[in-house]
Design a binder for this molecule. Sequence first.
Ligand SMILES: *Cc1c(COP(=O)(O)O)cnc(C)c1O
Length: 345
Amino acid sequence: MKTLEALVRPNIWALEPYSCARDEFKGMEAHVFLDANENPYNGPINRYPDPLQEKLKEQLAPMKGVRASQIFLGNGSDEAIDLVYRIFCTPGRDNVVAIMPTYGMYKVCADINNVEYRDVPLTADWQIDPKALLAATDEKTKVIWICSPNNPTGNDFPRALIHEVLTGFEGIVVIDEAYSDFSKEVPFRSLLDKYPNLIVLNTFSKAWASAAIRLGMAFASEEIIGLFNRVKYPYNVNLLTQERALALLSDFSSIDGWLAQIRRERENVLPALAELPIVEKVFPTDANFVLVRVTDANSIYRYLIERGIVVRNRSRVQLCQNCLRITIGTRQENNELLGALRFFK
Ligand SMILES: *Cc1c(COP(=O)(O)O)cnc(C)c1O
């Protein structure tokens, strides 16, 4: 890996950590707070929230098998994705490399930040090609984006191929594991101490069933997390979100139950889809959704909409012609979908 200083934008490297009013008395007992121009009424939401979400990180660290200092929390993973560009990529100069097809936000944030986005197609069976990814890099490539299990294809990539990218690239490798709880593979956040250039993304939005509270996680070396903390908005995760997340973590058994149910449903839905005459291919999935190639995606999509059933039409995504991406729902929702599809003519 290049030095972190060589990878980070010079203006970001030079930033002093932002110090908020509450930092300065840290560790001391206080009960009169007249430092932040807050209104003394309407507690508890009258006070600014903990800017570093320390309580939440203490809870998360043992669950995720990382140290609290290796965690960044943001307004969804989308905040972490944007911060990666703002920390590492000088607009109009640097570039990033990504697989294709993949999650759309990597490209959206590249365009917003005026960073060149180089995409490298997956192979015919949706595998990554480490040599092609590395060949697409040059001295101005700061980041390689890998999403595994990948959205929209659904499959996890073989670990050996991802290791090839991690060891072969001098810059930052981001592995987005938004769906790793649905997969059998060992998640990459357990390898942070082995790979100083690794950033892993997780989210509360999928397996943890909390998309509405907007809470995403990034795991990386303490040095990289320090950079995230310098660049983020000081109070980027609000109090209600922090409290709701703590409540969820204190009752983790419900999450395990939902996960088991979704995995069981996945086992039922995949063969049922494969039997439908309109389905040409059900791609293998390690996530809570499945990509399906059908005879005519646009008309099937419209047919389902007319029946109040919404799936994701990925037909216009390169390499995904005539593909629909279907989330695994409850037994009843899945049955309603399958029932409607059986009657499509
Ligand atoms: C859904 C999803 C996320 C989650 O984004 P949030 O902003 O945390 O809701 C991240 N990455 C991928 C690939 C996703 O599909």
